[in-house]
Write a protein that binds this ligand. Structure first.
Ligand SMILES: [Zn+2]
Length: 622
């Protein structure tokens, strides 16, 4: 689960639960939950399964690793033992690729003529470097910053503002923010730039590289400022993003040797802030840039099992992700801590819960329709497993009546749960009211599908399939090694299982469920189709598409992309001045334009290039 802000629709109070019943393990004795408040789920069994998944032996279950593969196979065995049918592509498994942590292989170098520079003390790949090499003439681009609010534009000042001004060239830029200037208060409340020197993202290495790429640069060399050289940063695999360019950070010493005349320029700039830069007439230099970075892929596996119902024309997908953070990484809330993140609550709890739901349902009378149990992988990497399944479903997507997602249900001891996506189908709120009462829960219902955290129900909502997400709340151990078995509350999880079993019975008996566009949570942070400044394009990306370009899995309802006639399978290749190779380019493009701008979008449809004018908007003004 990825952490974000939320808001509540309302509370439903309830009666406290009566008694617990402990069914024998994998027992075949049919259990009924007629009096639904009786406890059927086995809290000890839930505890044991969470203990197994969260054990150090599973290494924190990072998707793409052997640890996660082993957990996937264990889940397949469990589903098989319950007599469920395989519903994957290879039996219970559906393989797909996930990015593994990027690796700096240490062979990066810059060459110019007979000279060559390498070595970790002088050169390090930037976190946004691709594993690539390129050759071109060096072009000095100052700090590589463009920030209209602060009236600073290195490219304009250096006569490099045209879109092809760096075509085929290697851009040389200075790390950090341009020299300070006096704070001039900005009156416009909507400006997302505060008064004075808040450069925001405009001085990040990634944004600078994208500014150079937009102008045609084939590589970027980022140099430490000679006046205040800092130690070279380590290669930050955690933040790795592929910009499809080789990008190297070099020490001031390398600059001294590679292009000494630029050293004077930089100190001049310190003395003359706001005067901008003048071209110093540097001799033309052809340099080769080699970024020895490896972006490897690992094999991950969704685990899918079907419980046959009276009809397969309709099914309910009950899912939970079983992957977690492994030894830490970008999503860890214990930055710098390289230790097993056991993920007992996130999300061994939900995974154990769907196993127990499968066991209980497999012992009940046959449901009206099939239930597909899905243990997703790749959730922590951006919902990759559930997105992959939605793009390559192993049952007809049209047959999916609803999705129930359990992500972090291990802290429900007070019988309090948040439920997201409640507004995505009309009967949900009333059902949950009733179930909350019957099972002694306080349910916080959230109409929008976006709560504090993204999770695997979202790809279903994006495909206009009603979906509910059960969640027992955030806590201090979230995404830390301390999220371990000792803190798992099996009683609350067992009660959650009982409630969900009854919900699934309702879903099964409900027949067609019309999808209702849930309310949009205006506080929800930017989705990929919306820039940090609120600019909205409205594509639903196909995440497994390797590029170049951004392939559409669809468009958001009422969005600029939909209005412009874009559709599923179109491959976006250019928007305005920005060539779209990767998701990174698309996000960068959104930061460049604002609502109301009309841009020309070029895309491939059935292999042929087409273009259309798109007028950008802001989502919450919809
Ligand atoms: Zn999670």
């Amino acid at each position: 689960m990825h952490l974000r802000r939320t808001f509540q629709l309302g509370f439903l109070s309830a009666t406290i639960l009566a008694a617990c019943s402990t069914a024998p393990r994998e027992s075949t004795a049919p259990a009924t939950s007629s009096s639904s408040s009786a406890r059927l789920a086995d809290a000890q069994r839930l505890h044991d399964d969470v203990a197994w998944l969260a054990d150090d032996a599973q290494g924190g279950r990072r998707a793409g690793t052997d640890d996660a593969r082993r957990c996937g196979e264990w889940l397949a065995e469990r589903f098989a033992a319950l007599g469920l049918e395989p519903a994957g592509e290879q039996g219970f498994l559906q393989p797909f690729d996930v990015p593994l942590a990027a690796v700096d292989r240490g062979g990066s170098k810059v060459s110019c003529g007979t000279q060559s520079w390498s070595g970790a003390d002088r050169i390090v790949p930037a976190y946004c470097s691709d594993g690539a090499s390129a050759t071109g003439t060096l072009a000095f681009a100052g700090y590589g910053v463009e920030n209209d609010a602060l009236e600073w534009n290195d490219f304009k000042q250096l006569g490099l503002d045209a879109n092809d001004s760096l075509a085929g060239r290697v851009a040389l830029i200075v790390r950090g923010a341009p020299p300070r200037r006096k704070a001039a208060p900005v009156a416009d409340a909507n400006a997302n730039v505060v008064a004075g020197n808040d450069w925001g993202a405009s001085t990040s290495v990634l944004t600078k590289v994208m500014n150079c790429k937009r102008r045609g640069a084939v590589a970027v060399v980022v140099v430490e400022h000679p006046e205040h050289p800092e130690a070279l940063p380590a290669f930050d695999a955690a933040e790795a993003r592929a910009t499809s360019l080789p990008v190297l950070i070099v020490s001031a010493q390398v600059l001294m040797e590679l292009a000494p005349e630029y050293v004077q320029t930089l100190s001049w700039m310190l003395d003359h802030p706001m005067k901008g830069l003048v071209e110093v007439g540097a001799p033309e230099r052809t340099v080769e840039v080699v970024a020895d970075v490896e972006h490897k892929k690992g094999a991950a596996f969704n685990v899918l099992a079907r419980l046959k119902g009276k009809t397969s024309a309709r099914c309910i997908v009950v899912g939970a992700h079983y992957d977690h953070l492994g030894m830490g990484g970008p999503e860890s809330k214990a930055p710098g801590v390289h230790a097993i993140h056991n993920g007992a609550d996130d999300n061994a709890s939900g995974t154990a819960a769907i196993l127990e739901i499968a066991r209980l349902l497999s012992q009940r009378e046959t449901l009206e329709c099939d239930v597909v149990f899905a243990a997703w992988s790749g959730e922590e990497l951006g919902l990759l497993g559930s997105r992959h399944w939605i793009e390559q479903p192993t049952v007809p997507l049209a047959s999916v009546a609803a999705n129930v997602n359990l992500d972090m249900v291990g802290r429900a001891h007070a019988h309090k749960l948040q439920v997201l996506g409640v507004a995505s189908a009309a009967p949900f709120e009333a059902w949950l009211g009733e179930l909350g009462r019957d099972h002694g829960f306080e349910l916080a219902l959230n109409g929008s599908g976006q709560g504090i955290g993204g999770s695997d129900h979202q790809p279903f909502l994006e495909h206009r399939i009603p979906a509910l997400h059960f969640f027992s709340g955030v806590h201090d151990d979230y995404h830390k090694p301390s999220d371990d078995i000792e803190r798992f509350e099996s009683d609350g999880a067992a009660a959650t299982v009982d409630l969900t079993v009854d919900l699934i019975a309702k879903l099964g008996a409900a027949g067609e469920l019309a999808y209702v566009e849930p309310l949009k949570d205006p506080n929800a942070p930017a989705a990929p189709s919306r820039g940090s400044n609120g600019t909205w394009f409205g594509t639903v990306p196909e995440y497994s598409f390797e590029g170049p370009g951004l392939k559409l899995a669809g468009t958001s309802a009422g969005s600029p992309a939909e209005k412009a006639g874009m559709r599923k399978d179109d491959v976006l290749i250019q928007v305005g001045d920005v060539k779209i190779d990767t998701m990174q380019d698309f996000v960068y493009m959104l930061s460049l334009y604002k609502a109301g701008d009309t841009v020309l979008a070029k895309f491939l449809r059935d292999g042929k290039e087409e273009s259309v004018r798109v007028t950008l908007a802001t989502r919450n003004k919809q």
